[in-house]
Design a protein around this ligand. Sequence first.
Ligand SMILES: [Zn+2]
Ligand SMILES: [Zn+2]
Length: 418
Amino acid sequence: MEYRAPRGTRDILPPESEGWEIILSKLRVRAEEYGYKKVIFPTFEHTELFKRGIGEDTDIVQKEMYTFQDRKGRWLTLRPEGTASLARLFVEKGIDNFNGVSKFYYFGSMFRYERPQAGRFREFYQFGVEALGSDSPYLDVELISLSKDTVDSFNIKDYLIYINSIGCSECRTRYIFKLRDLLKQEITSYCEDCQRRSITNTLRVLDCKVDKHRTNKLPVLTDNLCHSCSQHYNEVKKGLQTLKINWQENHNLVRGFDYYNRTVFELVTPHLGENTSILGGGRYDLLISCLGGKETPGVGFALGFDRLYQVVYSNNPEFLNIPRKGVYISSPETNLWEKVFKMTFDLRSRGLKAECNYQNRSLKSQVKTADKEHFEYFLTIFEKDIVLKNLTTGEEKVYENEEEEKVLALLSSKGAKS
Ligand SMILES: [Zn+2]
Ligand SMILES: [Zn+2]
């Protein structure tokens, strides 16, 4: 039998995995600058959590979840997104009893049974950020600003930030009834998905790509907001202006989850074909209470890590050029191999990246390997002397055997610097 990774999954190898680490560390630094702290939660949860949190009628819950029964017959689901889990841990740990604003970030794989296509996987990775405990519009602005700063730190240009307000349960419900009434006459001319959604998840009709020319003529939600939702939305826009953040209003932006209310936003780039979303989020003021916690407003976003990687890479492939570091040690003389081996471990214990040869190979092929593996130096030990080659410049320097400690000290001082 030939073993392959299951459809929609993949292995991440160097140098891509190294690129991932570079990107991830920037994301962490940004989030921490804004005061967010890391949380780790389980890869699977009780199925009920996602049904209740994301919504029974959403595409995710209806047809995209990896759900299974364990040996005791409990229904479990591989997490399709992070916010529901985060809300669950928030309630379970009693953080809803704390009066301040709690800020968390997470990173990990999510699972959705979707048709795999370019840049879309069944196991995919998300970096998510959530702030709970305040309904201030400034917090919405903070999240949008953080998403902008995040993308800016990778020098990505031409992106757009879409914002919209989907109101509260009152003004949205009123709007949905109005929309259903209007759709009733013409729904048969819409696509099949829309015909189903017009009943189960009416707002989603607005983000249908097939029927865009029709939905553009429908009344927009932001003209139908109640007073306090409208005020909140205006404050968000004012805050964005204060921070000089450019945005575009997108009336068709509704986001697919039940837990969102008021502000929703998305960051799209043209780098992966026509305006692909790499980040999306919004406010969810009722999620915590819906999961049994004390009413706690929240706002957050999730960034599609796989897509961000593709955008960063297509924009600037050089970011994968990992700087040269460390030393590769070798000797053509078998009786010196033990010395080489000992030197390697000695340098490692001094904090330098060091490697030696574990196969019987020619010096030439070892230099090649060292070069490919981004070592900065190649050190050759001979009976009579030691040759240190700088792999960046090609420059070689010969040392006496007695100078060995000097060479090691020189190399390890480089290690300390890098
Ligand atoms: Zn409202
Ligand atoms: Zn449609």
